[in-house]
Design a binder for this molecule. Structure first.
Ligand SMILES: *Cc1c(COP(=O)(O)O)cnc(C)c1O
Length: 564
């Protein structure tokens, strides 16, 4: 079953979450989408990879919302047998001094251009394990800190061992976020100096060898995004074959910081946008953090109507999305507008079938959808309802929202309820809908069918952001706070608009957003006489989509991170 994949050395890509397809709920948000797009691009480019993740049988969760916006979380249980094949190999790790057996499912990702890549989904739901251990791979980002550590042992140590047991030859390991950093310990165990070469007291581990095999991508400047485990916990849970003194030196004196461990064991480290690399360098002095700005997978995030016009006017765009740089000159305005009208109609149909609300095709739709969490400031647009009504009185618009809050993120859940209250308060003036259960499919429909894609994070906390790039592939201009990728992507009035200059960030006031909407964005939308709006749509395609795609990103990883 694996023969087609193990004949050549591959890059092993480790990620706690991965968005393989909408029906497989093994992802929670941007990190998983990025992992999926990474693999999809590697597939199109013929770069041999193997992805390693958890089976997450109960998924992240399915979100339902009542009238008040109260979030309910339902298990998103899926059936691995439907999509993946069980592999024979089984390996074990030690957890709390028990043996925990791990097997894997093989999912084959089939690219839009004929390529195939293997994904190993690790699973502890085996008869040999205790009932508790069988659930280690059930809940994505579920449970407490101990549960998380167990998952990370399975992912890092288990993943590395399973690759070996299944016959993969790995030429490089890429850790997507720190969750998988324990794989470095497994590599340390593999690469040691022979004892006769060592002087007394010298470490037996061949760190240069381990480091040259590893790359690490850090994804968040939010402190809570970096896993830490107390050494007390480590002593109880992790295999006691590892020398804690050495781990302390690599991962931090007070607690085991997974980001530090990954930093210490990787030759190549990067952040996901230039600004994020800068912030990360300040957060982790002593390490060199490069910048590889994220991208999104061209085919996956482009609506059918746009795929067709790109196929016609920019043939080859699926392999070389940089060709879209020609889009502004080569594609007739009418074709762009027609494609957009179709994508917008799809969104309108989706909104109707999900909520019973009919949006107006002639009226602009402002889209905002992402994880609902404090730093993303989903309520920013609603800071001053009277002002918002005033703007809508002059230039009517509609708002579509979506996003899940992590089950333990009380603030995020409150925000969803708050957004529902705003929607009710605005009901007579502005149609605001909140679509439940944001997922890959909904993200595609929303980013393609909106007229303006809004993002209002609190700088510098948006490491990159990718939904705005999806919008760009569909000719949807971004209106966004300058943070993450938008610092690189925004050309004012050409690809979209900035809400602030970098200095005016944190004042919490939304007047810059309101001014932009009222004086620039909406008037331009309503004055379509000189083609200004379509010029902007083309700017988004030719200057954003041509660059902020995961093919460019992977070509950089391949040459700069994996090449060494
Ligand atoms: C693209 C995507 C995200 C990431 O959106 P950001 O704007 O980068 O936060 C999150 N969830 C889903 C389902 C997505 O498709």
């Amino acid at each position: 079953m694996l023969d087609e994949f193990i004949h050549e050395p591959r890059i092993a890509y480790f990620s706690m979450e991965i968005a393989l397809r909408s029906e497989i709920p093994t992802y929670a948000g941007g990190l998983g989408i990025l992992a999926g797009d990474t693999l999809r691009s590697a597939t199109d480019l013929g770069l041999p990879m193997v992805a390693v993740s958890l089976i997450s049988r109960a998924g992240y969760f399915r979100q339902t919302l009542d009238h008040e916006g109260t979030q309910q979380e339902l298990a998103a249980t899926w059936t691995p047998q439907r999509w993946a094949q069980p592999l024979d190999a089984k390996i074990a790790v030690r957890i709390e001094e028990r043996t925990v057996w791990i097997c894997a499912w093989l999912y084959v990702l089939e690219g839009s251009m004929g390529g195939r890549q293997p994904v190993l989904l690790l699973d502890t739901d085996l008869e040999e394990n205790t009932p508790q251990d069988r659930e280690i791979t059930h809940y994505l980002y579920g449970g407490d800190n101990i549960y998380r550590l167990k998952q990370e042992i399975v992912l890092g140590l288990g993943g590395a061992r399973l690759l070996q047991a299944t016959g993969f030859s790995i030429r490089h390991f890429h850790m997507n976020e720190g969750h998988s950093a324990l794989l470095g310990l497994e590599l340390m165990r593999r690469y040691t100096y022979s004892t006769e070469d060592l002087r007394p007291g010298e470490s037996p581990y061949n760190f240069p060898r381990v480091r040259e095999m590893c790359s690490f991508t850090t994804h968040t400047p939010v402190e809570a995004g970096h896993d830490r485990f107390s050494y007390d916990l480590i002593r109880r849970v992790l295999d006691n074959g590892f020398d804690l003194e050495i781990i302390r030196r690599l991962a931090g004196e007070e607690s085991l910081n997974m980001t530090r461990l990954a930093l210490s064991l990787s030759e190549y480290v990067n952040g996901v946008a230039r600004k994020h690399a800068e912030v990360s360098n300040a957060m982790f002095p002593g390490y060199l953090v490069h910048a590889i700005t994220n991208g999104v997978h061209p085919y996956t995030w482009t609506a059918e109507s746009f795929r067709q016009i790109y196929d016609h006017y920019v043939p080859g765009w699926c392999h070389e999305p940089q060709l879209l740089i020609r889009a502004d000159c080569c594609i007739p305005d009418a074709a762009i507008w027609q494609a957009h009208v179709q994508a917008k109609q799809q969104l309108i149909d989706t909104v109707f079938s999900m909520t019973g609300v009919t949006l107006q095709a002639q009226m602009p739709i402002i889209g905002f959808a992402r994880r609902m969490t404090a730093y993303k400031r989903p309520d920013f647009l609603f800071s001053d309802l009277e002002r918002l009504k005033g703007i809508a009185g002059k230039y009517p618009f509609q708002i579509v929202l979506a996003g899940k809050a992590h089950p333990k993120d009380e603030v995020g859940k409150q925000m969803i309820m708050q957004l529902h209250r705003h929607a009710r308060a605005l009901a007579d003036n502005i149609t605001v809908v909140y679509l439940p259960d944001y997922d890959m499919a909904l993200a595609q429909t929303l980013t393609a069918g909106s007229d303006v894609w809004l993002n209002t994070p609190l700088p510098p906390l948006e490491a990159s952001g990718t939904s705005g790039m999806k919008a760009a592939f569909n000719g949807v201009p971004n209106l966004s706070v300058l943070d993450g990728w938008w610092i690189e992507g925004c050309i004012e009035g050409v690809t979209g608009w900035a809400i602030n200059d970098a200095a005016g960030l944190a004042d919490g006031s939304a007047h810059m957003l309101y001014d932009k909407l009222e004086k620039v964005v909406l008037p331009l939308y309503y004055d379509q006489s000189d083609g200004g709006w379509i010029r902007l749509m083309k700017g988004a395609i030719s200057k954003n989509a041509s660059y902020f795609n995961s093919h460019r990103m992977m070509r950089r990883y391949a040459t700069e991170a994996y090449g060494g």
